[in-house]
Design a protein around this ligand. Structure first.
Ligand SMILES: [Zn+2]
Ligand SMILES: [Zn+2]
Length: 182
């Protein structure tokens, strides 16, 4: 484990959220899709209830995507702005099977606010550790999804949408084609 567990979970969930606006089209087309996303990534607190919740989450994505694209100074500006705008106030909490970890928004804050602050808090850890390089764009041509490399040897290059498999298949085909030519 490189970061604390809650930071790693948040980074993974934030990458997944950014990728719902990825090259595969809109993966949060309606409230039901957002509810499913909420359940899959085990968000806590008030679940999304209205189209306004959905819009706010969708509108947050391009800003979070910048955390993967921007240089360190811009990332810091975004992180500080998110924490300030949402009046983040960190406190240690314990719930479900989780050991003590940080929450920085009230449990009844809108989902988009909680997503924004959790992402910002996780980025605080990443920046302090000097590990922004672990936030990468998928290396598969034209994919554009974001990923978090939590591997020991910093070797992860592909997103979770199957690009690792796709890359392996194209490499295999290329090898086969090369053999046929020789
Ligand atoms: Zn929690
Ligand atoms: Zn990919």
């Amino acid at each position: 484990m490189f970061f604390t567990h809650d930071t790693e979970v948040t980074l993974t969930a934030t990458a997944a959220l950014v990728n719902t606006a990825g090259g595969d089209g809109e993966l949060l087309p309606d409230l039901a899709a957002l509810e499913a996303f909420y359940a899959t990534y085990q968000w806590t607190g008030r679940p999304p209830r209205t189209d306004a919740d959905l819009r706010a989450v969708r509108d947050l994505r391009p800003r979070l995507r910048r955390l993967w694209e921007a240089d360190e100074d811009e990332v810091v500006t975004i992180v500080n702005a998110l924490l300030r705008e949402e009046n983040a106030l960190p406190r240690l909490v314990r719930h479900d099977d989780w050991p003590y970890h940080l929450h920085a928004t009230p449990d009844d804050a809108p989902l988009a606010s909680r997503m924004a602050v959790e992402a910002a808090m996780a980025l605080v850890d990443v920046v302090r550790a000097g590990e922004l390089g672990r936030l990468r764009i998928c290396a598969f041509p034209d994919c554009g999804n974001v990923l978090v490399d939590l591997s020991k040897n910093r070797s992860r290059r592909f997103c979770e949408a199957g690009c690792g498999n796709r890359a392996a298949v194209s490499a295999y085909r290329a090898r086969k084609a090369a053999r046929r030519r020789t």
